[in-house]
Design a protein around this ligand. Sequence first.
Ligand code: GAR
Length: 193
Amino acid sequence: MKPSVIAIFASGSGSNAENIIAYSRAGADSGLEVALVVCNRPDARVIERAGRLGVPVEVLTRAEINDPAVMLPMLDACGVDAIVLAGFLLMVPDFLLARYPGRIINIHPSLLPKFGGKGMYGRHIHEAVVAAGETETGITIHHVSSECDGGAIIFQATVAVAPGATADDVETSIHALERTHYPRVLAATLSRR
Ligand code: GAR
């Protein structure tokens, strides 16, 4: 199996990025090779995590990420054939959607279309899930389109929200689901046989 060479785009803590990198290295046949991490926040913890694992990190401004003259040569130089979003909080520019059709994937920590759209990310979602009295929540892995959280769904997994659960509790169970499923689903969707 020929591995997919991916760039991970991230804005925050980077637990998913770290998990994907670990998975990609766990066996010769993982189906994934992480060439690069792209980050838009100079203070994001993902920079330290990726650096510790020896993965090159590019810290770029929003304007640079939206500039084809910056992004395309950089991604081409690393042989990137797919982009994986892992807690990335900017919209993906149209020129990247055109350059990587069907090969840009995101994970969203709710059961889309519930709790999706602008302003719905990370902890805000878990707080909204608890406030709405939901009895279950989950993760959605989906293709990225020009619509926020709107691309075709690839995979969903659910988890119960126990009575009295806090946003912290929900976040912990969501991270566990992400750890279990995201790298495996990425490899199955992206690797070229
Ligand atoms: C993850 O839970 C991811 O699903 C979510 O942000 C968190 C990032 O955590 N993404 C979104 O909310 C996208 N709308 P991490 O930086 O530790 O991987």
